[in-house]
Design a protein around this ligand. Structure first.
Ligand code: MN3
Length: 202
């Protein structure tokens, strides 16, 4: 039986300053994300055979999860997987989008700036708590921008996420309060395009 653990943050709490402040990163990672991991482990104790499966595989087939823990797996399991990707695709080193992912973005959205505008507009317009994603559709292999509420993940609808922004207020409220637009603009400076490229090529 292998319990889920909080993945190591690939940078220090203050590495994303000034765009994302150290206190927000610390609380978001060591409190919010940790709680999702703990609650997921607690739920899986009722069906310990599921500890052998990867979280992505559990979320991809929610209908196969026993009914008594399906909702917690969806909510806190989603919270764990979503935050894992969220941290992974951020970097303290400013990077430009390049290589194959840039070509694919240009092919789908016209230009990088058109993609950035669409992604930003959807993030601004999104109501409530949730996530905006760049995904690869498992069947068509095409890029798409997808929004999900709460802790839902595109994995559950057959789409593979490669970029994501967390639009829950806990992701930005300490520094930006109600100014979600400023947070989204700042977030673009942190995207780890090298990692997004790797995820795209996988
Ligand atoms: Mn969050």
């Amino acid at each position: 039986m292998k319990k889920h653990i909080l993945p190591k943050l690939p940078y220090s709490f203050d590495a994303l300053e000034p765009y994302m402040d150290a206190k927000t990163v610390e609380i978001h990672y060591s409190k919010h994300h940790q709680t999702y991991v703990d609650k997921l482990n607690l739920a899986l104790e009722k069906h310990p055979e599921l500890f052998d499966k990867k979280i992505e595989d559990l979320l991809a087939k929610l209908d196969k999860i026993p009914e008594d823990i399906r909702t917690p797996v969806r909510n806190v399991g989603g919270g764990h997987a979503n935050h894992t990707l969220f941290w992974e695709i951020l970097s303290s080193k400013k990077q430009n989008c390049h290589s194959k992912i840039l070509k694919a973005i240009e092919k789908t959205f016209g230009s990088f700036n058109d993609f950035k505008k669409q992604f930003t507009d959807k993030s601004l317009a999104f109501f409530g708590s949730g996530w905006v994603w760049l995904v690869v559709d498992s069947k068509t292999k095409k890029l798409e921008i997808v929004c999900t509420g709460n802790q839902d993940t595109p994995l559950s609808i057959g789409k593979r996420p490669i970029l994501v922004i967390d639009l829950w207020e806990h992701a930005y409220y300490l520094k930006y309060q109600n100014r979600r637009g400023e947070f989204i603009d700042a977030w673009w400076n942190l995207v780890n395009w090298n990692r997004v490229e790797e995820l795209f090529n996988n």
